[in-house]
Design a protein around this ligand. Structure first.
Ligand code: RIB
Length: 325
């Protein structure tokens, strides 16, 4: 049984401003706080998966029964202080970072994030070194792909590299989970190599070439089926506080979100994917894995920041066992 998870993707230093309300175009607002926090959709998934995989379970028996999941990260950072900070964050989460290259002459990726009082955010990403994660890196990752259960991808690194990784994962017997964020149109050829596609509703509409517009949970089944028709083996539509909807070979199912007080939604989607990958790697059935992922995302929104909000396994388990859950 394969028990490794390989996350290939972006590493960013997040510059996070807390504001009462998000600024409108042309508006200047006074912030309430400012922090530098390790982020990047790829590194967030890796840190959340690493933290959940290695931290103690509240169920003593479960700890000895479950296979130890090992999490690895591949990507690029600059040879600067931001890159060093991101590597320290991966190490602190127990993530093996031997495939994260330090590139000279380019800055580590950065993200400018505003978070409002309700926990909603706006994000501007400056790719920097993430743009240097080239398809040539894929050959050196084949050995890791041969050993991994799940390859986790997002869209903050060059699309050619994502495509080459999906192809290599197929060839080496690893399953793939693609978070199509930031949203962009994707070719059928790429989508047909994906095992689980995890868009939010906006990304789902964009992938289907539909005009942006309000979508509700009632739209999720149709969106998921339409997306499956263009290639992925399974689709999970992520709907934030409305939970998620799965359509795949095991059937269709909705999994409700957990009720928590949201402080910051940054990286909630990344944490969801990490939780889903950890639970599936441990051999849990899809319905259970979706619940685990929802709980992981819910814990993450109760804290500020991206990698600073990665939940421990015990926190996820306590939420899963809470009254009314
Ligand atoms: O998904 C949240 C992440 O998006 C942030 O950490 C930021 O770096 C951007 O990549």
């Amino acid at each position: 049984m394969r028990t490794n998870i390989l996350v290939a993707g972006s590493l960013n230093l997040d510059f996070v401003a807390g504001v009462a309300t998000l600024p409108e175009p042309g508006q200047t607002v006074t912030g309430a706080s400012f922090e530098w926090i390790p982020g990047g959709k790829g590194a967030n998934q890796a840190c959340a998966a690493g933290t959940m995989a290695r931290s103690e379970s509240v169920h003593a028996a479960h700890a000895s029964e479950r296979e130890a999941v090992r999490v690895e990260m591949a990507g690029c950072v600059g040879s600067d202080d931001a890159g060093a900070m991101l590597l320290r964050s991966l190490a602190a989460a127990g993530v093996e970072a031997g495939a994260v290259e330090r590139v000279d002459g380019v800055a580590t990726g950065a993200a400018l994030i505003n978070v409002d009082a309700s926990g909603q955010n706006t994000i501007v990403v400056i790719p920097g070194a993430n743009g240097r994660f080239a398809p040539v890196a894929v050959e050196s990752l084949r050995g890791r792909l041969r050993e991994c259960a799940w390859l986790l991808l997002q869209l903050e690194t060059p699309l050619e590299t994502v495509t080459a990784l999906l192809r290599a994962a197929r060839q080496e017997g690893a399953r793939s989970m693609l978070d199509p964020a930031p949203a962009q149109p994707l070719a059928r050829g790429l989508l047909s190599m994906v095992d689980i596609l995890t868009p939010n509703e906006t990304e789902a509409r964009l992938l289907l070439g539909r005009a942006p517009g309000r979508v509700g949970p009632e739209d999720a089944p149709e969106l998921a089926r339409a997306l499956r028709a263009v290639g992925p083996r399974a689709v999970v539509i992520k709907m934030g506080d409305a939970g998620c909807f799965y359509s795949g070979p095991e059937g269709e199912m909705a999994a409700p979100a957990f009720r928590v007080t949201a402080l910051d939604a940054t990286a909630a989607g990344d944490t969801f994917n990490a939780g889903l990958a950890v639970a599936l790697t441990e051999g849990r059935p899809v319905a259970e894995a979706l619940r685990f992922a929802n709980a992981a995302a819910a814990v993450s929104v109760t804290r500020m920041g991206a990698q600073t909000s990665a939940p421990s396994r015990a926190e996820v388990e306590r939420l899963l066992a809470s009254p009314g859950a």
